[in-house]
Each structure stands twice: as C-alpha cells, then as structure tokens.
Design a binder for this molecule. Sequence first.
Ligand code: MG
Length: 459
Amino acid sequence: MRLFGTNGIREVVGERLTAPFVTAVAGAIARTIEPGRPIVVGWDGRTSSVAFARLAASTLALGGHRVIEVGLLPTPAIQYNLLALRGQLGVIITASHNPPEFNGVKCIAPDGLEVERSVEEAIEEAVERDLGRTVPFDRVGEVSVDGDGARRYVEGILAQVDTEAIARRRFTVVLDCGNGASAVTSPTLLRRLGCHVVTLNAQVDGTFPGHRSEPTEANLADLARTVPAIGADLGIAHDGDADRAVFIDPTGRFLPGERILTLLAREFVRRGPGGVVVTPVSASQSVEDVVKPLGGEVVYTRVGSPVVTREMQRRHAVFGGEENGGLIFPSFQLARDGAMTAAAVLDLLARDGRSLAEVAREVPQYTLVKEKVACPVEQRGRALEELTREFSNEGSPVVTIDGLKVFRPDGWILLRPSGTEPLLRVFAESRDPDRARRLAEEGLARVRAILTRVAGSPA
Ligand code: MG
C-alpha cells in the first residue's frame, strides 16, 4: 500500500484523510522509530492542520515518544527547528500548495531532509498491518510546546545575508503570503532587513480566500498590479507552506522560477568560486549557460525535491533547486526554503546595486513549453523504451535520468511519466519561442505514434 508520494502523504480531508487514518499513520511512525530524542511536530495554516497535528502528537506520546510542538510555521522553518532542537524526526501536517480540501503528512529525517523511501515503506507496512505502539503509563512521552520556532528561523536566515547592505537599499517590497504559513515569518524577516513591507493576504486562512495557494502567474495578478502601482522594488509570493518563493519585478512582470534559479546559481558559483549546482533534468539550459563559464558544474537528477537535496548532500553542492521556485541553500539548510530565497534575492540586489528587472535581463532567456499526453501507467515504460531506441537510432544525444531527454542543436525535448497521474509529460525548451513550440509538437506527435503502436501490439 503506497501512501507517500514525492512530497509525503497528500489526501482530501474527510475522504481518506480522517482522524483514524492520521492516528494509524502516527501510530505506525511511533512503532517504526525507536523512542529516544524528541519528535518535532509542526503544521501549516490549513483548517484541519492543528487538529491532525495534535492527534499525531498525542499518538506519538502514547507510543512512548517525547514530542515537541513547534506550532504553525513554514515547512522550512519546521525543518530548521528540527535540527535546532536535535529531534530524531520531524512530522509536518501540510499539503503545500494543494487546493484547500487537501492536507497531508510529511516526515523529515534528523538531518532536515525528507526521510528515505525505506523509512516511508516501513511506515506504510505498519499502517497496512495496523501496527502501532502502546506503552504503559510510566513510559508515556511528554508533549511540550516550543514557541520560539519563528524567531529562531528568522535569526538563522538573517545570519546568512549582508543585513546592513540590504537595509541601506531601503527596499519597498510587496509580500503576498497567499494566506499561508509564511505570514508568521516572512513579514518579520523583511522588516528586520530594513524593507518597507506592504503585505497582501498576510492573515493565515486555510480556505485561501485571497487566491489559490500555488504561486503561479495567473494566481498572482493582484501582486503584479500592486508592485508598479505603489512604486515598489519587487514583489515576493510564497506557496501555502512557504518552501517556495517567486518574484515580480518593478514593472509588474512575473519572473519565471527558472530565472531566479539561474540568477542565484550564477551568484553562488561566482562566490564559490566554482562548485556543483544540482537541479532536475527538467531545468532550463540557462543554468548550465551561466554556471559552466564560471568553472562550476551542473548535476542533473530525477524530478522531485527530495532527490535534489539528497544529491546536493552527496556532492557538497553550493546551490540547487527546481524551476518552480523551490530553491535550496546548503549553507543554511538542505531544504527548499521560500524565506531564505527572498533574503538571498535581496542580498544579491544589495550587492549588485541595480533593479531586479535589470539583473534578470542578464540571464539567458529560454522558452519552456509544457504539454502532456494521456497514457495508461502500464504502457509508459514500454513507450519510453521504444522512444529511447528511436531517438538514439536517429543519432540524437539522449539521457534517461528521468524519462527521456533528447538534445537538439537548438533545444531539447523531455518525455517523462507523471508521478501522480496516468500521463506522459512533454517539455520542450529553446531560445526561440517558435522552435520551443515546434519541439513540443514533435514530442507530442512522437509519443502519440508510439502509443498507438504499443496499444496495438501484445506486451
Ligand atoms: Mg510547498
């Protein structure tokens, strides 16, 4: 029984995600992990988060574990506090950017990274066999509350950047918390950095009344209007659990996540000097364009932040992240971190002296086209094998880190199975927008042709 996806368990509240289900998962965690150092429990601002978190905390304590509740915080703040409090496991009740009816459970290892798949499998097996842990009265764990998590996290970030240089720029920042957990940390952080902060949707509300919780261009129209309207230097938005940050330039233009990923990759490799940058195989060519000339190296992984962070740990990377605004700063912690991303961008602008629009223009500009084709899960493996053979026979360079990536002299096509749906994703990138579109169309046509063949022939 598979419960954990690439980012923990995510389910609809009242459907699969019920009190007995969360109790079963927490009981399974209590059994899988030996009591010892405390388990740190935190949650996001969803309507059911505190209730599920307290169920989890109580179940863990009744299973003999010491529990420290750090309360409502961004996911990266909970990861940071897990290390600060020397916990042996973090349990986070969150569904990140999903629609309001979702919630979920995420388990964090003592090093702050998502737990290994083997731990999740052990938990899944214990849930399936309905195994918990119950201890006698004299071994019940203590549940304590730590109210210092937000302050500790903000102080940690402030120590990473040149606070005086940032304060000298007296930035005006419009911050859109999207009614998520960042409301308890990011306004404070930005004010501590000497910014004049104007907030949007900075009251925590699990119904997400301001806009949907995924920080896409379409969802951030109010922010994009407000930034130029009040003459702000930039706009910053987080997703619901604030492990991501995206940016609006002073003209009100939404900067795609890969632009900030590339800018910061260049900055950290410059400072290295050199070093490894880790990013999924779906990342823009622009990252390599800026990293290589500075003597750095780009290492590609499968898609998904847990794989990226594990590879960063293995390679002692200087920086890494995903094109959706989930960026990882190993000098701070090996976790996607929205507030740290905001501070790092302000730090870069303070060192550089120019505006975000000017700095962002220096990055090579590519167009990424994202498409998808319906494909039964059982046919995906064979379809990808056939496609790999076909493209290789034509002499196109290919890599098969995650699905199939085909390189052309002026761009690339990525064909990859979706982790959550019966789909093949087709991404294509080129500097020329028309060429990117044509490459995506070629990818779609090739996948459809193969699927017709695979469906028509015996397995
Ligand atoms: Mg998130």
